[in-house]
Design a protein around this ligand. Sequence first.
Ligand SMILES: [Ca+2]
Length: 211
Amino acid sequence: MATRRAAAVLIGITCVLLALGGCIFTDLRPDGDPGVIDLGGPQNLLQNPNADAGMDSWTPFSADAFVEGGSGNPAFTIRNGSFMTQRVDITGKTSRILVIVGITAAQNATPLSLGRMHAYTYSNADPNMVIAHFTSPDLVSTSSTSNEWVILTAQFALPPNADAIELFLATGGSGAHDGSHTWFDYLGLYLADTTQLAQDIIDDYTTTHTW
Ligand SMILES: [Ca+2]
């Protein structure tokens, strides 16, 4: 734990709303650092978790799910009730505790616009049938401050036959949306052998982020 924390990278992010509705990120990562978090162990199963490669590996529901630039630190962006997903194959992996982490901010912090993550799981026996749907209040932002980045983390026990996980980046719910932007970044999806190891991942994530 201490080693992982020592290896972890402090991140500073500030987000400044521009008149045009854009978002500027000031990323304090040292040059060449490969990512937001170095746990020295668990592998982030997500591809392109920080939006560095645009929408690569992510599937938008509509044109209202996209990547927005910022100053060299793009973020996944949702508006008007859209969402985006990434499906991860975990065939053959035996660890059964799923960890989901990420940060989110809303340009207009109304309940409809606050960031929300959830996940489906599938079995190879029927890759199109959802066998479990993971939701948690811990994966829904409760921020009342526009443009405030907040951390979302949760862990879930996977069904024994789960062979794939589909992560959703979404917002609060259905209703009349105002076109404002909701951002996500520094996403992580991990598998752990025990709930304690899952909590270690969450602790590392939450203690190595400042903004
Ligand atoms: Ca990013």
